[in-house]
Design a protein around this ligand. Sequence first.
Ligand code: NAD
Ligand code: MLT
Length: 551
Amino acid sequence: MNEREPERVEAKGSGNRNARILITDHIAEEGIIKLQEFGEVDIRLGVSEDDLKACIADYDALIVRSGTRVTGEVIAAGTKLKVIGRAGVGVDNIDVESATERGIMVVNAPEANTISAAEHTIGMLLSLSRKIPAANQSLKSGEWSRKKYMGVEVNGKVLGIIGLGRVGSEVAKRARGLGMRVVAYDPFISKTKAVELGVTLMSLSDVLSTADFVTLHTPLLKDTYHLIGKKEFELMKDGVRIINCARGGIIDEDALVEAIRSGKVAGAALDVFEHEPPPPDSALLALDEVIVTPHLGASTEEAQRAAAIVIAEEVIRALENKPVRNALNMIYVEEELMEVMKPYLVLAEKLGRLSAQLIPESSRVAEFNVYYEGEIGASRLDTRLITGAMLKSFLSWFTDGVNYINAGAMAKKFGMKVTESKSEEVENFSSMLTLVTRMQGDGGSWLKKTVSGTLFGKDDMRIVKLDDYRIDASPSGFMLICTFIDKPRVIGPVCTILGDYGINIAGMQVGREKAGGEAVMVLNVDSNVGMEVMEEIKKVPNIIDVKLVRL
Ligand code: NAD
Ligand code: MLT
């Protein structure tokens, strides 16, 4: 395969032949075949960032491992991109925030290589404790030196795990099988899980001062960058051994070199480096106490096959707009729950769009509060997706390019605070969804707009509340919403004006708080209502305001 020129593989199957997928790191054949059955696949291994920026606009999907840096600039150039697939777990080489802002899904294969990474860690642990790589090298170079390669047992020693997630947990199980006592630091893991694994949770400093071997299994994040540096080495036991099969950058490599040279650290086994590959003159590579592998944690036939298949399937599902289990920036809903959720998603979109059209022009929306009441409030549905649907359709009224992925980020950018509230109680309906927007008008005064909707059965949606008015209107097509003073000769003249212009009224609802007070009239009309008609309606005595909305 040419490493620079794209290898073009035409679509063979019945999938979306228009979808173009770019793969820039090596993934197993099984995944490539699945992708080829779906769309048109180009493979450009080792592509530079500039070349990637130049070609990415042609693609709907990009699939990488850790070799490709998917920067904000690459993402910005990917104007057609819908999904970025990571055939593995770590997404530190992908600017997920930029992808989210641009509404691009990022999906990974988090479980595919867990066992392989844990087995590699154990391999490194034993290689380090028994100096196997150096002994191998020595014998092959003609030496028979047994004394020089004296090791230590791991049995009875303390293994300190930093990050007790998928890989960390599997390492813990295997280390216990080797007779080690396992302690761990992970601020996000429950005591119950640690107890199940037979692991003692401790503070970071306690783990560091207790362990004979320290192994790292956190993601590389802002918080974990150089998590282990000079200060942390000082806390460790003399003669400690370190293993890093997670990510370079979690250890401060200069501090590690110093700690080895000073004798504090007896040895280190590294599969990952801050810069991959590390420069040939790297001080780490020159140290006998350091054993290395070139990022091989996931390099097994099983892990690569699984990662490639999972990522191909997930990318295809994303391109088909189906729920994606491993998306990092999109909520996943199981298919059977999706069936229950769908009508609510449609209702939420209607409420979002309705509210957007009712808020006064040039007001600044500061709060977007969604209330779930009744059965929906008590259900186990993940309502964040419903809120997302409402937010997406609300924002889409004001700006382009909003989708489920970036709706939250867009709201934040506009300074909107999004909240959800739930209650099992609701009057009159089995479930009710309410959107309350709070906004600041031109003069700085605060306004509130409320719209509520419900479902009668699966498909029968109704708007049941507009601000303080109870109504029962079907949220479809063109709707004329008039607020007026509840006096005679308002409803009739409005209907006459519509009739005079040949606009057919399909449904009408009137809501009022008390006779003679303010009231609202919602008219479902069969066609658009032009400016001229609107102006005429506004002139009807006792009309306060008229708005035409389209749902
Ligand atoms: P995971 O998300 O399942 O686990 C990570 C754990 O780290 C979580 O439990 C999290 O709570 C914990 N954590 C986060 N911040 C922490 C902090 N500041 N201090 C302590 N713990 C913290 O991830 P995973 O699938 O177990 O992968 C772990 C690491 O291994 C990742 O960096 C991943 O990229 C890497 N990895 C490397 C290879 C390889 O080829 N060498 C293969 C697989 C995974
Ligand atoms: C991962 O994060 O999955 C690993 O680094 C494995 C890899 O992609 O090679």
